[in-house]
Design a protein around this ligand. Sequence first.
Ligand SMILES: [Zn+2]
Length: 213
Amino acid sequence: MTDQFAYSYPSPLEGYGDLEPLTDERNEDGKSLKNPDTGILSKAYEEFPDPVSKGRRGGFDVHIYHFQTNPDQVAYAKALHERIRREFPELRIYRFFDQPVGPHPVAMFEVNVFTPAQFGAFIPWLVINRGQLSALVHPNTDIEAGRSEGAEEERNHTQRATWLGDQIPLDLRLFKLWKEKERSQGEAGKRQGGEVVMNTVTYQISSPEVWNE
Ligand SMILES: [Zn+2]
């Protein structure tokens, strides 16, 4: 379970303080609430919200799991991998792993999405087409200078994780080791000015993409 108290959560109403109170007025259906018409669409339609990465890393990873000892799941996952490559060639997709890798406790393959439009197209498609397979959707975030990259990656894989299908417990040891290594290296082990200073040798954890080597 994620430690819900490990993080702070700014109020969702930050920046919305001095507005007319909302009313209980209903739409024509008599049930749904009438909202004030601002005429402005949320920026979230155009770009992922901060601190989700807008760069080449991809704002979200989608990890699609299968039990590698279950031949039915292996066959389905391989077919799904091929279908995604054919139907969504613009997405970035990595090779098909037949073994657990990184924090992923069973075999999987990974797809990256770069825009809200891609997310909006691919995730509903996957909800319908994932079969028995579970999928983890987790953000990649830009980390402020001086912040712990290991802690941020841990958060992205736990408190910020979203699941399609049954949740599969991740092996979080990598993140613990990552944070310990950062602590032992002090500031030099942290991201500085957007550069990844720490390159973890033993654990292949410097970035999720490394797991795909
Ligand atoms: Zn990932």
